[in-house]
Design a protein around this ligand. Structure first.
Ligand SMILES: [Zn+2]
Length: 1013
């Protein structure tokens, strides 16, 4: 082989300062820390479905060189990193991030995954439970259920039709019945398909490229190259005439006789097809898709981008604009979703309104009318040129990704693109090729369509059948012959047109020449406006990010008929919260056709939303145009006239979204219950939903002018924008708000959290709302008190030290469930540690007992920790905190929090690192004792969410479980906040769902320190 071919520099973005080298090792494993193996679900043997995913889990559980389970995870965490893995149809990808000095030892441990995993019998038997818990956790998710249905629709002899996640049935019970030794299958699978020639490795480090190459080459050289084909094992059963070993997929795809999409979804057998599906949540949707030959090999012309751009356009004349005006849909997306098994699914997915769900045939008809408009004229080169310019601009000013996501993405792209295009492949288009557009367009026909309609309306229909793994209910529908024939001969629809040229594409990419400021500076400070500005050219981006918070006064005193809960405090009612939410959404909605959709395409994104303090507008994009967009939005907001029809549709949609949060999983539920319980003011989605029910169109009309009458604007402008330009822009914003009056300082809303009584154990008990979800969850929070810099440092460090041992004990050893995690958590001005566990086989009281047992045993580990070990944790946390922000958006988020909390501690991270060097072991042991272990001093509150098949424990049962016996308990109080005392032990208090306010009445709040403004 020509030695020049062994090294290559891929095309990179002009803003990208990293250096790259693509190289080919002797064993054909390519080096660039993420390793991607071309072996995924489609490689699963039919006897052990879910094996590829199970293997992904097993590689973390010991290698010959490093036999201890999860030892790689422990090492990476100790060194400031994180790791994960995923399995998809065609690949399994393992990736990690680590502190910059630990790359070499991490890579050494990582490489062993692909050289000598042990697959012990004991780990094999246990880890199936983790996969099963993962399955149980996703069982009620509609997107998983939809995917499972799409598998059942496909050709049954194709591996695409199989179960992908795996559970105890597919991994343990079914194989056992057939006398299959799963561990032997696992080892055989690994030996067959984990071959160097189908692995792509991407390594990123601070070393020079030569050093990296010298480090990586010997480490991965022992990975065996079995020289296997890149096609999944059953491929030759479907394409017997193809060469035995295929290494170049792009070449293969160019062959006209290679049509895998026709094998996965054979025409006349699978398409045209219509299925109705019953969802778990209350959503109505239509997914129209066309299985097409993959466009992977046409990445230089990207015909799917052109078609997706036009079919999914939202401006005047578009398909979406008309469907929205008719009140039938709330969202439409079109494009290529998922290249699986060499199939491109070109889709047009719409979210339906209540009215729209009865208009499915009409909507399908209109989709074809729009496609006919595109077919009636040759592809437009100017549309392509505009797209090309926007994609080139995106690529030139690509924001830097975190090292972890960057390597993960690249290792996967290395499977898809030739080396020179690994960086630019997904972004750039080279040649105008009208032929490829026409080819794709001609595949989008009624004969080739797959329709899936989702709605609760289909519940109880006699033709329903259950998909075998998830139990997802669906029904095949016979397509009405007249309707189908009609689709082939449609009249043109005069309301459709091709979009006009985009007015927001920027031309000026120069950077602001003013001096860079280290932190946001307060440059305007009046009763109406606080403006923070930072000129920031570190990222070389001609972009600016703006945050604008409008804190309104929402006086409700005079409107007895509107507001039920009367109060002169701003956010005191769920109805106000609901009305601001709907106002924000109506405004955004009204801007879409003429303004925001075009702006978004040109790289200008904005988001108007309800937040605790009022209305928040976030805008980001190229500095030349971002101000223009912001001014137009505020102008619209201040003169906003609600249209009754849109009000009705959005209200229905928001209420449904809030309602659907009832089907959220246990972890999400525990999280929102946490807010509801300990925050002084927090309205749950259910409360806002109930309040919105009574809001009429007239109520909202009266509410809006009041909303913006008295207010305070707080803003942060950061990026590449002149100081004078920022001041002018915000002055224009205030001006267009029609001369508002300033808020009084005392009217600025404050958030407070409850102060738990020391030594009392609070338990909030509730059922999961989803009546089919068997998972139980506990979320326990141990509050350490008001956060000082020192307390934050200690809590975060302790959380880091505890994380891996907790995971190791409660998940890997005890197999309590898939979700086992601990984290430091800040609530308003306090900080503490939370532990979260979700399990489908153990009740919350049992989980709580296991956590307590772990805490007792962890005490010894903490006592035994050496100074050297402590320093390695300190170093790890220091390396995390010393990391610079990778992109503008991350830093804005951080600064904005400092501004909204009015702490203005912009160099928090730097001070944190300084404080870290002053931590001693005795500080940590003391904190652990006071915050977690000592039942007299700790402030613990625990949310127990019971799975659907469990009864909530009584106080007596809970006390028995806590004390280990049923003797000597005393009940101190009855009622919704029932309380008891364990003899010689702690007090226990129960809080029942819906009674959180009663509990809060009894307790004080943490005081809020003095704040500026
Ligand atoms: Zn998994």
């Amino acid at each position: 082989m020509d030695s020049k071919m062994l090294r290559l520099t891929p095309t990179k973005s002009q803003s990208d300062k990293r250096q790259y080298r693509w190289l080919k090792l002797q064993n054909e494993l390519e080096a660039a820390a993420s390793l991607c193996v071309r072996c995924g679900h489609l490689w699963n043997p039919p006897q052990v479905q879910g094996l590829a995913h199970f293997l992904e889990h097993m590689l973390f559980l010991g290698t010959e060189k490093y036999p201890i389970e999860n030892s790689f995870q422990a090492f990476v965490k100790e060194n400031g990193g994180s790791l994960n893995a995923y399995t998809s149809y065609e690949e399994t990808c393992f990736h990690f991030e680590v502190g910059k000095d630990s790359l070499m030892p991490s890579l050494d441990r990582f490489s062993q995954f692909f050289i000598c995993p042990t697959f012990t019998q004991s780990a094999t038997d246990r880890e199936m439970n983790a996969v099963n818990s993962e399955f149980e956790g996703n069982r009620n998710s509609d997107s998983w259920r939809y995917t499972a249905i799409s598998h059942s629709i496909a050709e049954p002899s194709h591996p695409y039709s199989q179960f992908v996640v795996g559970n105890l049935k597919s991994l343990r019970d079914d194989p056992k019945d057939k006398g299959i030794d799963v561990r032997a299958f696992l080892i055989d699978f690994y030996n067959k398909y984990y071959s160097a020639n189908v692995m792509k490795l991407c390594v990123l480090g601070n070393e020079t490229l030569d050093e990296l190459e010298a480090m990586v080459t010997p480490m991965f050289a022992p990975v065996v190259n079995r020289n296997i084909s890149k096609l999944y094992p059953t491929h030759h059963q479907f394409f017997p005439h193809l060469p035995e070993k295929v290494f170049d997929l792009h070449e293969l795809l160019k062959r006209p006789d290679y049509q895998p999409h026709r094998i996965v979804f054979p025409q006349e057998k699978c398409t045209p097809g219509w299925y109705n599906m019953v969802p778990k949540s209350d959503t109505n949707s239509l997914r129209l898709s066309w299985p097409c030959k993959t466009t992977l090999h046409e990445y230089e012309t990207k015909p799917e981008r052109y078609l997706g751009h036009l079919l999914g356009h939202e401006a005047t004349g578009s398909l979406f604009a008309l469907l929205k005006r008719l009140g039938w849909v709330t969202q439409l997306v079109a494009g290529n979703f998922g290249n699986v098994a060499d199939v491109s699914m070109f889709c047009c997915n719409v979210a339906l309104t209540l009215q729209g769900k009865d208009k499915v045939k009409e909507i399908i008809t209109m989709i074809y009318q729009y496609l006919n408009l595109l077919k009636s004229q040759p592809p437009q080169e100017w549309v392509f040129e505009e797209l090309r310019a926007m994609m080139q601009m995106d690529f030139n000013f690509l924001e830097k990704n975190s090292s972890g996501s960057h390597t993960r993405e690249l290792s996967s792209r290395m499977q898809q693109y030739p080396p020179k295009d690994i960086l630019s492949g997904p972004y750039l288009v080279h040649d105008w090729d009208a032929g490829s557009i026409d080819r794709l367009l001609n595949e989008l026909t009624p004969e080739n369509m797959l329709i899936i309609v989702t709605s609760k309306d289909f519940e109880g229909s006699p033709g329903l059948k259950a998909e075998q793994w998830f139990g997802a209910e669906y029904e095949p529908v016979k397509i009405d012959g007249d309707f189908f024939e009609g689709l082939k001969h449609l009249e043109p629809n005069g309301q459709f047109s091709i979009p006009v040229p985009n007015p927001f594409i920027p031309k000026d990419f120069t950077l602001n020449p003013e001096e860079t400021t280290p932190h946001p500076q307060l440059i305007v400070d009046t009763p109406l406006l606080s403006l923070f500005w930072r000129n920031d050219n570190r990222f070389n981006m001609p972009k600016t990010h703006l945050m604008i918070l409008v804190r309104p006064e929402i006086s409700t005193k005079s409107d007895v008929d509107i507001v039920q809960f009367m109060s002169d405090e701003s956010y005191s009612s769920p109805m106000n919260a609901a009305m601001i939410t709907i106002f924000a959404q109506l405004c955004s909605d009204s801007l879409n056709e003429e303004l925001s959709y075009y702006a978004e395409l040109a790289g200008l994104a904005f988001h108007l939303s309800f937040c605790f303090e009022g209305l928040q507008l976030e805008a980001t994009g190229y500095s030349e145009k971002v101000g223009v967009v912001v001014e137009q939005i505020v102008e619209r907001m201040s003169k906003f006239q609600v249209k009754e029809e849109r009000y009705r549709i959005l209200k229905e949609q928001i209420m449904r979204d809030w309602d659907n949060q009832k089907t959220e999983n246990g972890t999400r539920r525990a999280q929102s219950l946490c807010m509801e319980t300990i925050f002084e003011k927090y309205w749950s989605s259910q409360q806002k939903r109930d309040a919105l029910t009574d809001v009429t169109f007239e109520d909202l009309q009266r509410f809006i002018p009041k909303l913006l009458g008295r207010l305070k604007v707080v803003s942060l402008v950061q990026g590449s924008m002149r100081k004078s330009h920022a001041v002018q822009l915000l002055n224009n914003v205030i001006h267009s708000l029609n001369g508002p009056k300033p808020l009084l300082p005392a009217q600025i809303p404050e958030r407070r959290i409850i102060k738990l009584t020391k030594g009392c154990n609070y338990y909030h008990l509730s059922n999961i709302s989803n009546e089919h979800d068997k998972n139980s969850t506990i979320w326990s929070f141990y509050n350490a008190g008001i956060k000082s810099l020192r307390l934050c440092v200690l809590v975060e460090l302790l959380a880091n030290i505890m994380e891996v041992p907790l995971y190791n004990t409660l998940r890997t050893q005890e197999q309590l469930g898939y979700i086992v995690t601990s984290l430091h958590q800040s609530h308003v001005n306090t900080i503490g540690i939370s532990v979260v566990i979700q399990s489908h086989h153990t009740a919350p009281t049992g989980l709580d007992a296991r956590v307590e047992a772990f805490f007792s045993s962890f005490k010894e580990s903490l006592d035994r920790i050496t100074e050297e070990e402590l320093q390695s944790y300190v170093k790890s946390l220091r390396s995390i905190k010393s990391q610079k922000f990778h992109k503008l958006g991350e830093e804005i988020g951080f600064n904005w929090l400092e501004i909204c909390s009015r702490e203005y501690f912009f160099d928090r991270k730097k001070k944190f690192v300084e404080e870290l060097s002053r931590v001693s072991k005795s500080d940590l042991v003391e904190l652990y004792d006071v915050m977690i272990l000592n039942r007299e001093t700790r402030r613990k509150i625990s949310w127990h969410v019971y799975g659907c098949d469990r009864e909530i424990s009584s106080l007596e049962e809970l006390m028995t479980s806590l004390s280990g016996n049923s003797e000597g308990h005393k009940e101190l109080r009855r009622g919704p906040t029932q309380r008891g005392k364990i003899e010689g032990g702690p007090t226990v208090q129960l809080i029942r769902s819906g009674q959180e306010y009663l509990f809060r009445r009894e307790l004080p709040y943490y005081p809020i320190g003095e704040k500026k403004e």
